[in-house]
Ligand binder design. Sequence first.
Ligand code: SF4
Length: 380
Amino acid sequence: MKYIDEFRDGEQARHIATNIAAEVRPGTTYNFMEFCGGHTHAISRYGIADLLPPNVRMIHGPGCPVCVLPIGRVDMAISLALDQGVILCTYGDTMRVPASGGLSLIKAKARGADIRMVYSAADALKLAEQNPQREVVFFAIGFETTTPPTALVLREAQARVVRNFSVLCCHVLTPAAITHLLESAQAIELGAVPIDGFIGPAHVSIIIGSQPYEHFAQTYHKPVVITGFEPLDVMQGILMLVRQMNSGRAEVENEFSRVVTPAGNPSAQRIMAQVFEVRESFEWRGLGEVPGSALKIRPELAAWNAEVKFDLAYTSVPDHKQCECGTILRGVKRPADCKLFGTVCTPESPMGACMVSSEGACAVHYSYGRFRPAAHTKIA
Ligand code: SF4
């Protein structure tokens, strides 16, 4: 298949691996963070960690939208469905994220809440039009990739005056999270690992472009290579990072140039700016409060903002005491370091958010890495 097969060629992968092994300097450690859960998935699924020299370490970042969703936000969604009687719609992965009191959206559904899995925000709007006597709320999560469709649907609801529809907006922003990782006092207090460079997100960068990462190269002297999700993309991205480090460069390079441009998608950015504004602060699971890291619905669209419509207030709730999601999302620990991994906590019965999504570090390690000693020691 075009753009798939040629990026999964084992011979080419071994060739790039040989180049990486030849170019890394003995005595130097290369700590690279792949911000995005899609890359975490690819690294484990294709055994990429096994192809890397021991002094190249890949650190899983907080770029899995389900994993960074704090318990308090899931509680808000559950309370809308259980206490306010709304039809609550959301994406499939969100259904199993653990909430307070042993609940999750799927468990709340089993208790009688009207919670429905949808494939798009547009499906939720359609449901509202089909059920004019009911309130329908779309629980919107995700990074810049999933934000433009939510924005379009909000505009559509306004244009068609669908009054029984609203959005509980939990969309988050990638560059703010990277800044936080690099400079937050809290992250340092809680423990953080040195990061020498970033594998930049693929899909997010299609929307925002490569320019927003220039700041990390210029201000923090951290190389960024925007990389596609196929195994050869990731291998090539790692090689490009090694070369930048070896030559003392810190630049934004674009390995995924078949899709990502410097400016990104201006139409998507325009609609996002029309509908959303940046929140002062937002709590991320694992990172705590991150300034300017999420979006809220603009006042002009307050009638479609579930937080305003249902007068919702956010309450922060600590994670399960033994869950290490927070330290894993900051790159300090690995899934196998958690006492609950693979015993009490499995993808069928997740105790923490990192075990829920196929992009979550714990779920990925459970699926692809737990029986592989090399992957076990070098990478989650
Ligand atoms: S294995 Fe489960 S409980 Fe442990 S860190 Fe991962 S998600 Fe949390």
